[in-house]
Design a protein. Structure first.
Length: 187
């Protein structure tokens, strides 16, 4: 049975959303095409009607993840840096890899991905840094960008560490201490 173009587009988008969540939850190598298609409610055989390869899907899934996962910045525009940092370093974000920051979820695995996947992620990272830099005070655009890069590196590291430890109290302390440190105005 043939599906309409509208249905095909909706199916493709569903596959991308499912892949995006599964890659963040299980890693790129922790989930296969069959798993993604099953979770999307489609047959494995239909995959190549939508994508040329698993790498093509991974690149698109990264782009999709990055479009949605920087909402912590957009939701914080009025509250500035402190609000943005607090929105990123939450227990909810820590506990929900599938819907959270791509870089905290699969950043260390990104180096082993093909260029197309890394390129998609790099573009999303640049967009996130540009948004964050616009929120920061500083004497120049270059100084704000450097601070945005360092802040993002610290936020991602804090989230990764808060997920890595097996002590919930220590995990909360990592989030709280990092929020205080990275959310402060520059001295």
């Amino acid at each position: 049975m043939r599906v309409s173009r509208k249905e095909a587009a909706a199916n493709r988008e569903r596959v991308v959303e499912v892949a995006s969540a599964l890659y963040r939850k299980h890693g790129f190598d922790g989930v296969g095409v069959a798993d993604i298609m099953k979770k999307a409610g489609l047959t494995h055989g239909g995959f190549y009607g939508h994508f040329g390869s698993k790498d093509d899907l991974a690149a698109e899934a990264c782009t999709s993840a990055l479009r949605g996962s920087d909402s912590w910045i957009s939701a914080s525009e009025k509250g500035g840096l402190e609000a943005a940092v607090k929105n990123y370093l939450t227990p909810e974000h820590r506990d929900n890899r599938a819907k959270g920051c791509l870089f905290a979820a699969v950043g260390s695995d990104m180096v082993r991905q093909p260029r197309t996947v890394r390129h998609a992620s790099t573009g999303g990272f640049r967009t996130t840094i540009d948004k964050l830099a616009r929120m920061l005070p500083g004497p120049s655009a270059q100084a704000r960008r450097e601070r945005a890069l360092a802040t993002m590196a610290g936020l991602v590291g804090a989230l990764i560490l808060s997920r890595a430890v097996d002590d919930s109290e220590l995990s909360d302390q990592i989030l709280e201490a990092s929020a205080k440190t990275f959310g402060r105005p520059q001295v």
